[in-house]
Write a protein that binds this ligand. Structure first.
Ligand code: AMP
Ligand code: FES
Ligand code: ZN
Ligand code: ZN
Length: 317
């Protein structure tokens, strides 16, 4: 197996590119794919202050590493979701990464700062854990980005994630979610800009990136996500990809080129219908945003009122 670029010994084959790469050229490929995504979707500008949401997994740690290499000023944000040992171990990976490189890491602990965690919050609200978790993450990401005065929030969603979410949304023709399923959501209505610079990389590639760069990441999957629909969609797409390499890339990028615009009105309609949460000031579909409703059910009281704080509400991750 020879590297496509230098003909030296290859360390990875990438079937959708029909090519093999040595360590040096694979790492360069990862940087180039991120640079290309950022440029194609106008995600970031030189000098932007970026907050990267880091879970301790391979994608978000690889993203932090690559954005720093590309010269952006990037701080990290870790949310402690209170999912037992999984949360403890994930936090350790993030802190170790930040400490070793002298990086600035912000932390939000759901239990101590908002009085609930994902297991008891989802039980109390009778919501599936991933739904309570998703809405909490979106709310806290927005709030931290705004409070810290960052230009954009970056997440580690990769091509496999985006193709699987798209697949689920198409199976149910979820117009509003399809409207928002973009690699960049511009700032507006008090929402921060949100970007997904890893959309051109698969999770196999981000894992290989971390191994080659010596980044120690959380390998375990979240125990609460076991058996959820999203993992089923990933498995189905993996089966198709194995038969026909490149299908995920085509599915996702052709959606962006040819179909995403058809749903744009649904986003405008949804935003026009937003009110302001009377508890925390975030945009809300009713009087109280879904994060404050969740916190209220989980704790028997609302979270502290934070006038002026706004966050995105009710959208799929
Ligand atoms: P997930 O929704 O778990 O697939 O994660 C998608 C992205 O959200 C990750 O790549 C991270 O950027 C971010 N993320 C997930 N969990 C956390 C967390 N506990 N703290 C900070 N960011 C997170
Ligand atoms: Fe959110 Fe597992 S990380 S439910
Ligand atoms: Zn090479
Ligand atoms: Zn609220």
């Amino acid at each position: 197996m020879k590297c496509r670029v230098c003909r030296g010994p290859a360390v990875i084959d990438i079937r959708r590119h029909n090519a093999n790469f040595c360590e040096e050229h694979f790492l360069k490929l990862c940087h180039d794919q991120v640079t290309r995504a950022i440029a194609a979707f106008d995600m970031l500008s030189p000098g932007d202050r970026v907050l990267v949401a880091v879970s301790g997994g391979k994608d978000s740690l690889a993203l932090w590493d690559i954005l720093l290499d590309l010269g952006y000023e990037v701080d990290g944000l870790y949310l402690g979701l209170g999912i037992g040992e999984y949360t403890e171990a994930s936090g350790c990976h993030v802190r170790r990464f930040a400490r070793a490189r002298g990086l600035n890491l912000r932390e939000v602990d759901l239990r101590s700062e908002h009085g609930f965690d994902i297991p008891n919050g989802s039980r109390a609200a009778k919501r599936p854990p991933c739904s309570a978790c998703g809405l909490s993450k979106r709310h806290l990401f927005d709030r931290a980005t705004r409070d810290g005065g960052y230009d954009a929030l970056a997440t580690g969603h990769n091509l496999d994630d985006e193709a699987a979410v798209l697949f689920g949304n198409v199976l149910r023709w979820e117009g509003e979610y399809l409207a928002r399923q973009l690699p960049v959501l511009p700032a507006g209505n008090g929402f921060p800009r949100k970007v997904k610079p890893l959309v051109r990389l698969s999770e196999r590639e981000t894992a290989a990136y971390c191994v080659l760069r010596g980044i120690d990441y959380q390998v375990e999957e979240c125990p609460m996500a076991e058996g959820n629909r999203h993992l089923g969609y990933k498995a189905a797409l993996n089966a198709v990809e194995a038969q026909s390499p490149g299908t995920k890339h085509t599915f996702y990028f052709n959606f962006l080129d040819r179909a995403a615009g058809l749903f744009r009105d649904r986003m405008t309609e949804a935003e026009a219908g937003l009110d302001t949460c009377t508890r925390c000031g975030s945009p809300a579909a009713g009087e109280i945003c879904s994060f404050c409703r969740l916190a209220e059910r989980a704790t028997g009281a609302g979270p502290p009122v934070r006038p002026g704080s706004r966050s995105q509400d009710g959208v799929l991750a």
